[in-house]
Ligand binder design. Structure first.
Ligand code: 16G
Length: 238
């Protein structure tokens, strides 16, 4: 085996060892043994341990604090780029979704949202702001905009379940495709409080414009995801 492959092979073994250690009972923010301890225990060089830790840090399974050591990271939710609802996402990941409705109301579409929903700026839209939770922890703050004329009575309903299910079962609207823009931002203090993180924490901002089965725009949603709990996974093929 060449030196490089040998190093890869060894650091792969160290990495599996550390992953097992995490899976078998360590909790988020628990401290891991030092590089030296791993090296002594597994009979490899510290460099090999460092390679393994680098890979785990890149995958956000661990994080390092300069001068203190390496710690177990909070699990992140890898969201695949398929058109799924928050509820489907969480269930697929074996987590329990729940929702806290922050506020709902109607307002004028305005120029920006109107153009996304192909509505006049003076048209009425329904606006729903909800915190979405995974296993009880807030991960996302969503602001949904819908053409109010297509969702009569929606805002009087219980909105703690799946919006996509409600749109399909009550209004015959099936989401079929979406355009999505993903960017980086920091959370304003009020939004940070809703997501239970410090003001100005990093977040991913995702704008989604969803199209229904008749090729009409249904939803324009701006979602703020906690950057420490969320990442997007993109399958690419050549
Ligand atoms: C996702 C969508 C959001 C949609 C919601 C419906 C992204 C970026 N956003 O959070 O646009 O309104 O799912 O989920 O994926 P629900 O059916 O569980 O309410």
């Amino acid at each position: 085996m060449s030196d490089a492959r040998n190093t890869d092979h060894k650091s792969g073994r160290v990495r599996s060892h550390i992953e097992r250690l995490i899976d078998d009972g360590l909790q988020p923010h628990d401290k891991l043994p030092t590089e030296r301890q791993f090296a002594d225990e597994l009979g490899v060089s510290r460099m090999t341990v460092r390679h393994a830790l680098n890979a785990l840090e890149e995958e956000r399974r661990v994080y390092r604090v300069h001068g203190s050591g390496t710690f177990v990271a909070e699990p992140t939710i890898d969201k695949t780029i398929r058109l799924t609802s928050f509820t489907e996402d969480m269930i697929e990941r074996g987590m329990k979704p729940s929702t806290r409705v922050v506020d709902v109301g109607t307002e004028f579409a305005g120029a920006a949202v109107g153009s996304k929903l192909s509505l006049s700026p003076a048209a009425e839209i329904a606006r729903i702001r909800r915190v979405r939770l995974a296993d009880g922890a807030p991960v996302c703050l969503e602001t949904v905009h819908l053409d109010a004329s297509r969702v009569h009575g929606l805002l009087d309903r219980e909105l703690t379940g799946s919006l996509y299910d409600l749109l399909a079962s009550r209004y015959g609207t099936v989401v079929s495709r979406a355009e999505q823009r993903i960017g980086a931002t920091v959370l304003e203090p009020a939004d940070a409080e809703l997501l239970d993180v410090a003001a100005f924490s990093a977040a991913l901002v995702v704008e989604r414009r969803t199209i229904d089965q008749h090729q009409r725009p249904v939803e324009f949603t701006r979602s703020l995801y906690r950057a420490d709990r969320y990442s997007f996974l993109i399958d690419i093929e050549r």
